[in-house]
Design a protein. Structure first.
Length: 95
């Protein structure tokens, strides 16, 4: 499993805080973020491209992840995209 650099993990945590992600969900958001980066590294996808998410989501589905889990992964990766400048940030909280 790919280790997320501490600086990137801290920046991601700051984004979770700014988006009012509940504390009890943050561990899972970090998990999905780490899984996404690992997936992109393993399959040679650019994690900053939004097109890389669809194959990741398909992989989650093939592994039996629930729709709720996949939605949470989608939200976590969307926060990363905002950090990376791939898509514009929204000011509404993630729940």
């Amino acid at each position: 499993m790919l280790a997320v650099p501490a600086s990137l993990s801290q920046a991601f945590e700051t984004q979770l805080n700014q988006r009012n992600v509940p504390d009890q969900q943050r561990r899972d958001f970090h998990k999905w973020f780490r899984f996404y980066l690992d997936f992109c590294n393993k399959y040679g996808a650019n994690p900053k491209l939004t097109a890389s998410f669809a194959p990741f989501d398909e992989k989650l589905q093939s592994k039996g992840q629930s729709e709720t889990q996949r939605q949470q992964a989608r939200r976590a990766v969307a926060i990363y995209y905002c950090m990376a400048g791939a898509i514009k940030s929204t000011s509404r909280p993630v729940s």
